[in-house]
Design a binder for this molecule. Structure first.
Ligand code: NAD
Ligand code: IPM
Ligand code: MN
Length: 325
């Protein structure tokens, strides 16, 4: 089994290193192939997603990705983020699972990942007006809705569909399609919620939610919020899945340029993304459980500064390895 590792930018290589150490200990039979991606790839070749990297990702069982992004490219024509959007679209990983869990809260955000504002026509007109367009085809809504209903069925049977149907045409489509799909899932309790209210309730009463399903941009914003109310961005993993090809497994957080190179980034989100890869990407639930449990131990033994501790990235990784052995 081959896993393509994309070490990314900023704290990316630091947290990826810990993920590789854990994988080498836990699943030594996996072949880990590192490929250029993001800011480093732009510097080397002008392209954040070189063709050879894309081909390797397509041919792999799974893609393990650390965050990309570098302030050096703010305002540049070619940005690291473009490579990331292209990779998501090329692999058609439309279902982005973003779990957020603490003692009292257990929510799963199911974010549509390859449509909406991120992929609509955009540009700047002659008069200086900038525009981005949000489009969804019913089939794009239907497939993410079905995924979310299935996931709700495997959890606590409650689904909150988040939209802005009081304003947006795409949201009214979203709501109609979710209601059509709901007819196939009588066992699931469905509610619709406007996104501004959803943000408020996630902040003030997060325990009321089970599964949330929403479009691309709303899911981006709400998943940082859900991470914040369950311990912080340093803990939040994600899995991006298609209908058959390789998935992408990456933290919710970015390249954290403010702490890059200091050796204090929390690798928990990256390690938990690795556990999601073992489970959803490689079909190895036992190793996934072992890694998730080892992360819990490390969180108690070597918490990093974002959690109020003094552990370094490497010490956290050491604690994971001890727990695994
Ligand atoms: P960010 O998520 O990188 O950082 C936000 C804050 O959270 C910072 O204070 C940072 O230090 C902290 N933080 C994030 N991850 C942490 C960790 N593992 N341990 C400890 N603290 C952590 O968001 P940003 O600063 O808005 O974005 C920086 C860059 O990352 C941008 O270029 C953005 O486009 C990119 N980005 C990439 C991804 C991705 O590759 N999946 C995701 C989000 C943002
Ligand atoms: C994320 C990130 C990306 C997104 C950016 C870097 C394009 O914020 O994965 O949450 O908005 O999808
Ligand atoms: Mn984001």
């Amino acid at each position: 089994m081959t896993v393509v590792c994309l070490p990314g930018d900023g704290v990316g290589p630091e947290v990826m290193h810990q993920a590789r150490r854990a994988l080498e200990a836990l699943a030594p039979d996996l072949s880990l192939e590192e490929r250029p991606f993001g800011a480093q790839a732009i510097r080397d070749s002008g392209d954040p997603l070189p063709e050879e990297t894309l081909a390797a990702c397509r041919a792999a069982e799974a893609v393990l990705k650390a965050p990309i992004g570098d302030p050096e490219f703010d305002g540049a024509e070619v940005r690291p983020e473009q490579g990331m959007l292209r990779l998501r679209a090329e692999l058609d990983v439309y279902a982005n699972l973003r779990p957020a869990k603490s003692d009292s809260v257990d929510v799963l955000i199911v974010r549509e990942l390859v449509g909406g504002l991120y992929f609509g026509a955009s540009g700047v007109r002659e008069d200086g007006t900038a525009f981005d367009t949000c489009e969804y085809h019913p089939s794009q809504v239907e497939r993410i809705a079905r995924r979310a209903f299935e996931l709700a069925r495997a959890r606590n049977g409650k689904l909150t569909s988040v939209d802005k149907a009081n304003v947006l045409e795409t949201s009214r489509l979203w709501r109609r399609v979710v209601n059509v799909v709901a007819a196939d899932y009588d066992d699931i309790e469905v509610e619709h919620m406007l996104v501004d209210n959803a943000a408020m309730q996630l902040a003030s009463a997060p325990a009321r939610f089970d599964v949330l399903v929403t479009e691309n941009m709303f899911g981006d914003i709400l998943s940082d919020l859900a991470a914040a109310v369950t311990g912080g961005l340093g803990l939040a993993p994600s899995a991006s899945l298609s209908d058959g090809g390789p998935g992408i497994f990456e933290p919710v957080h970015g390249s954290a340029p403010d702490i890059a190179g200091l050796g204090i980034a929390n690798p928990a989100a990256m390690l938990r993304s690795t556990a999601l890869m073992l489970e959803h990407g490689l079909g190895r639930p036992e190793e996934a459980r072992a890694l998730a449990a080892a992360v819990e131990v490390a969180l108690a033994q070597a918490p990093t500064p974002d959690l109020g501790g003094t552990g370094t990235t490497a010490e956290f990784g050491d604690a994971v390895l001890r727990a695994l052995s």
